[in-house]
Design a protein around this ligand. Structure first.
Ligand code: NSP
Length: 217
């Protein structure tokens, strides 16, 4: 199912994973103030991501089978997020970004509100895991692009790209995708429709999120 969606919504997916900010990092001509804006805004986002992951974990614990390993995969995500939060603090101090002074921009507020809406117990596990897979995968695909052989990513931004572009993170995204596909195989038509709409919303929010660093709201 996810393969069909990726094909059907290719344009939007490419828009989210090959944004001009990613091209600028990859081509070595990123405006550092855009990078700093992204850094501060993403710190706010990852903090809002914590209750979202916790809600997916609860849904997995209630609805998945022990032998399917869903809880372990999601716990891996919790651990990655814990590292991510520490990394943001370290990286912010390296670039002189004051995290306590950051005001969330409109696109970020809306994305965080969307995440919060997905934490509701009424949102099915299938829908939540699709959102989770899509959110993580956009970053994986985007930053992995900046590490390809012909990229000209500046050395001081390589660590940022490694954080999401590394092989371990790719394998974790793949595990999330397998869970999403397994859930979708057994889902009702209504849940599939909702999950596809959620997938599209994630891609749209991700594009808007990148846009903030170019002076978007
Ligand atoms: C906006 C956004 N999307 C995804 C990720 C990856 N956890 C992130 N840190 N920020």
């Amino acid at each position: 199912m996810t393969e069909t969606w990726l094909r059907k919504h290719r344009l939007l997916y490419v828009g989210a994973t090959r944004h001009s900010l990613i091209h600028a990092i990859r081509d070595g001509n990123i405006d550092i103030s855009a990078f700093k804006t992204w850094l501060g805004q993403d710190y706010i986002f990852v903090r809002a991501f914590v209750p979202f992951i916790a809600s997916v974990l609860i849904k997995a614990w209630k609805e998945s089978n022990d032998r399917d390993n869903d809880v372990e995969v999601i716990l891996g995500g919790v651990s990655a997020l814990n590292d991510e939060i520490s990394w943001f603090k370290k990286e912010a101090s390296k670039w002189g970004v004051q995290l306590s002074n950051i005001v969330p921009q409109k696109a970020n507020q809306e994305y965080c509100r969307f995440l919060e809406s997905l934490t509701s117990p009424e949102v099915e596990y299938t829908v939540a895991i699709v959102a989770f897979w899509a959110i993580e995968t956009v970053y994986q695909e985007s930053f992995a692009h900046c590490l390809e052989e012909d990229s000209k990513t500046a050395p001081e931004l390589k660590e940022t790209c490694q954080r999401w572009g590394n092989q371990g993170f790719a394998e974790y995204c793949n595990s999330l995708r397998k869970i999403a596909d397994r859930q979708l195989e057994n889902a009702s038509d209504d849940a599939i429709t909702k999950a596809e709409a959620t997938f599209l919303q994630v891609l749209e929010y991700e594009v808007e999120f990148w846009n903030m660093s170019h002076g978007g709201t």
